[in-house]
Design a protein around this ligand. Structure first.
Ligand code: NAD
Length: 476
């Protein structure tokens, strides 16, 4: 049993002012594995005061000093990768192999890319007009993260603050506190000065809202649902804070007849089901060119059949459970909606897979003959549910892909380099993957439209945390 009854504030673990608690649950067994103390606005005040005080000196550190600290952070993160992975498996059900190789590894991959970006960043330069431009850390940054990629999201926010000389208060998802606590231990061991990084646990309406509205927080970096993103934007507006948002998605995967169909369909299905469908950039709408549509349905059904579901504690390439009962109910409701809307059930369906009745496991599901106005094609389901939609022309495929309120990612499968470039240009999405290849650490990640504001990762991720200042060249 884990008892998480301390917050990391001002370089030390302190008892919270808040008095509430919440169970930490394992989604695979639906059993309680710990208890989390929940913070209050007073805890946020304490953490922001520490971050504000630390900013005075940390913002004046040199780039070599911050690079040295980041390299120490890298050493410790590498050493604790297994601990991070085990925590995420326990608290949100990421399968052991994927949790280590992808979920926990993201804390290392992003860090390496941020080190490269900081090395390349010009903190001061002379503009063509002769004025001197400097890039300075923005101040205290409030960070609010979700449960589905816990360390990935924390790394994308905390590291650029540490890299630029900003200080921060992190509120991780109340559902994934174990990995967040380990991350705080990592930052502590790396040797950051007290107050540079602070961790306050709690829920969105209490701790998240207090961070967002706090007068001494200069910027709020939020990842989560579009619903909460709107609330964060509203609450931050009176303080004229900088707000960056990484929100939901309903990403299209455009499959053209000239691609390697067997491979691309199998991979497209697996990518949709990865992390049990709980990824903001999951390719959840597969659009298939009409002449190969029937064949694609057969291939997709085979891929769904081959998708193993199982105990996340065991190594292997299976997927685990959804992360909680609310998520389970939501996915069941959406599957029922798809059936009611008249879509053809190609694989999976309602209920739990055989032998996995205890946890929040679901059946990997595919709907065929979906039209883009059905709820299952429009709403983010956040489970392993794929919809397949036929199209006749490239123009039609692009129109369907862009006919969504989101714009996070898009996927293109084609044997033609010209088509890949042409179609990518017309897709209203921040990240385009082509023939199974996505972007690497260090590339900007973020979305158009209701998928967010701003970009995370690499040099663009650093820029979000910087203010620009100009002064003329000195003349006596
Ligand atoms: P959520 O919006 O419920 O919660 C996210 C975080 O916001 C949590 O820490 C929560 O406590 C906090 N929060 C909730 N209400 C708040 C409020 N009013 N003020 C301040 N904070 C508040 O989302 P979730 O269920 O944890 O995560 C799933 C969502 O996150 C999905 O929509 C997914 O697409 C999105 N997501 C987006 C990205 C991306 O990079 N675009 C990445 C991962 C997840």
């Amino acid at each position: 049993m884990h008892t998480l009854d301390k917050f990391y504030i001002d370089g030390t673990w302190v008892s919270p002012e808040g008095t509430g608690t919440m169970p930490i649950k394992n989604p695979a067994s639906n059993t309680q594995i710990g208890t989390l103390s929940m913070g209050s606005a007073a805890d946020v005040d304490h953490a922001v005061a520490a971050a504000k005080f630390a900013f005075d000196s940390f913002s004046m550190t040199t780039k070599p000093e911050r690079l040295a600290l980041l390299r120490q952070l890298l050493d410790v993160t590498r050493r604790r990768q297994g601990d991070l992975a085990a925590a995420m498996t326990a608290e949100m059900g990421a399968p052991a192999t994927m949790s280590f190789d992808v979920q926990a590894e993201s804390g290392i991959g992003h860090l390496v890319a941020f080190i490269d970006a900081l090395e390349a960043l010009d903190e001061e330069e002379t503009l063509p007009n002769g004025d001197i431009l400097s890039r300075e850390p923005i101040g205290v940054v409030g960070m609010i993260t979700p449960w589905n990629w816990p360390i990935n999201q924390i790394a994308l926010k905390v590291i650029p603050a540490l890299a630029t000389g900003a200080t921060c208060v992190l509120k991780p998802s109340e559902h994934t506190p174990l990995s967040a606590n380990i991350y705080a231990e990592i930052v502590d061991e790396a040797g950051y000065p007290a107050g540079v990084f602070n961790l306050v646990h709690g829920d969105g309406p209490t701790v998240g809202a207090a961070i967002t509205a706090h007068p001494d927080v200069a910027m709020v970096s939020f990842t989560g649902s579009t619903r909460a993103g709107v609330e964060v934007s509203r609450a931050a507006a009176p303080g004229i804070k900088r707000v960056t948002l990484e929100l939901g998605g309903k990403s299209a995967n455009l499959v053209f007849a000239d691609c390697d169909l067997e491979k691309r369909i199998a991979e497209g299905v697996a990518e949709c089901f990865d992390n049990t469908g709980q990824s903001c950039n999951a390719p959840t709408r597969m659009l298939v060119e009409r002449p190969v549509y029937e064949k694609a349905l057969r291939l997709a059904a085979m891929a769904a059949e081959a998708q193993k579901v199982g105990d996340p504690a065991k190594p292997g390439d299976h997927i685990g459970p959804l992360f909680d009962e609310i998520q389970y109910d939501r996915v069941q409701t959406m599957i029922r909606k798809g059936l009611d809307e008249g879509a053809t059930l190609l694989a999976g369906g309602l209920g739990k897979p055989e032998g996995l009745e205890q946890g929040w496991f679901v059946r990997p599901t595919i709907f065929a003959d979906v039209s883009n106005d059905m709820a299952i094609a429009r709403e983010e389901i956040f489970g392993p549910v794929l919809v397949m939609i036929p199209f006749d022309t490239e123009d039609e495929a692009i129109a369907i892909a862009n006919d969504t309120e989101y714009g996070l990612a898009a996927y293109v499968q084609t044997g033609s380099a010209e088509r890949a470039a042409r179609v990518s240009r017309r897709l209203r999405a921040g990240v385009v993957a082509i023939n199974g290849r996505g972007s690497d650490y260090g590339s900007p990640f973020g979305g158009y439209k209701k998928s967010g504001i701003g970009r995370e990762g690499g040099i663009f991720g650093l820029e979000d945390y910087l203010e620009l200042k100009v002064r003329p060249p000195f003349q006596a």
